[in-house]
Design a binder for this molecule. Structure first.
Ligand code: SAH
Ligand code: SF4
Length: 366
């Protein structure tokens, strides 16, 4: 089979330079091209005009050999509180994905998708309820981050509110994307190679220059992926979606737990924290009367003993395919209090963007 045609946004700076050299051009040109892509925000071949820094012959070769386009914006919705924006993006093959821009605590975060749909089938997740269509390419992941970055650069800072004071930094006026979480549609560790290639591109200091500490990968518990992250010493944050602290309770909510059992998952987590010297964030969707009692919280505390961990509680967000109710705030606080007795830091995720179905687990392509 012939190799797939590369997309410019799927190549690292080193790969782009290697191509320039192979085609008989100076790597100075590819460095300039990189700058145009990631710092000047070019969005199509027609936005490049040949000039003395980028010769026409080089550009002709680049666009003869590589694709370069962006997903179309099929729909844009803003939450009523103004802190969340959701973009429905149309891919070249007409499949669609969602990307979310979230603003809180003076921080802007892009929540990106890694797949069209998801194969893992978590019962309470709108993406899981859609089933799996395909992996995203590295270029399609990078394009989501670039899209959010372009929105930020084009948006004047919003007026401060009591709930959300303005960021004091003078750099706020030239806001750039700083944080990316792989918590959109799909299971990032099921699409490991493309996700890691995209992360390498997003981290490039001559491009978006995201810090490794500003990137979080959230997994349902794909054990081989967690072991590979540890072996490759990838310095990004890891979040593991737990939801149940026994094999049976977890598998009832997360069918993928039948393949990657809880004991194997915890072994992989121990290996990860020991190898990288980093804690893991464990996510727990709080479902009223299902996994939110004192006994459940104690089971989490016991399970995580000896693992550097922080727990993020996410009160269930509504989806069409699941009837459960979210735990009320008092119940979430009680869960937190139990974990505190185990010395485990625990936060409750703020509910944001629910009115536009942009909350955790609500992304689909209605
Ligand atoms: N596939 C990855 C990342 C995407 S989901 C994963 O599962 O970790 C991001 C987070 O939202 C996960 O912790 C997931 O369990 C949680 N989630 C899914 N559906 C939800 C819902 N309806 N309400 C609250 N959280 C949900
Ligand atoms: Fe997939 Fe994550 Fe949704 Fe589970 S919660 S179905 S792994 S996107």
């Amino acid at each position: 089979m012939p190799a797939a045609r590369p997309h410019l946004l799927g190549l690292t700076r080193v790969e782009l330079a290697a191509r320039a050299v192979a085609w008989g051009f100076s790597p100075v040109h590819s460095a300039t091209l990189w700058n145009e892509l990631y710092l000047q925000g070019r969005r199509s071949p027609s936005e490049f005009t040949p000039h003395d820094r980028l010769p026409a012959r080089y550009l002709d070769r680049v666009f003869a050999e590589c694709d370069f386009d962006f997903p179309s914006i099929a729909k844009e919705t803003h939450s009523s509180d103004g802190f969340t924006r959701k973009y429905l993006l149309g891919l070249r093959d007409a499949h669609r994905i969602e990307t979310v821009l979230m603003r809180y605590s003076g921080r802007v975060t892009a929540c990106v998708s890694s797949q069209v749909g998801c194969a893992m089938g978590c019962v309470f997740c709108a993406t899981g309820q859609m089933g799996y269509t395909r992996h995203l390419t590295a270029a399609e992941i990078v394009a989501q981050a670039l899209h959010v970055d372009a929105v930020l650069r084009a948006t004047a800072p919003e007026a401060p509110t009591a709930a959300e004071p303005a960021h004091p930094s003078p750099h706020h006026r030239h806001e750039r994307l700083r944080n990316v979480v792989f918590m959109g549609m799909g299971e990032p560790l099921h699409n490991y190679d493309a996700v890691m290639q995209a992360i390498d591109i997003l981290r490039d200091p001559a491009g978006l220059a995201l810090g490794a500490q500003k990137i979080s990968v959230s997994t349902v518990g794909v054990v081989p992926g967690i072991r590979r992250l540890a072996a490759e010493k990838r310095p990004v944050h890891l979040a593991v979606s737990l939801h149940g602290a026994t094999q049976e309770e977890r598998a009832a909510l997360v069918p993928a737990a039948r393949k990657w059992r809880l004991d194997e998952l915890m072994d992989a987590c121990r290996e990860y924290t020991a190898t990288l010297g980093k804690r893991i964030f464990f996510e727990w969707t709080l479902i009223d009367g299902q996994n939110d009692g004192h006994a459940h919280a104690r089971a989490v505390g016991e399970l995580l003993k000896g693992i550097p961990a922080q727990v993020n509680l996410i009160p269930l967000n509504p989806t069409l395919g699941y009837a459960g109710e979210p735990t009320r705030p008092a119940g979430a606080r009680a869960f937190q209090d139990v974990l505190a007795t185990y010395g485990i830091p625990c936060t409750v995720r703020q509910r944001r963007g629910i009115d536009i179905a942009a909350g955790c687990g609500q992304l689909a392509i209605d």
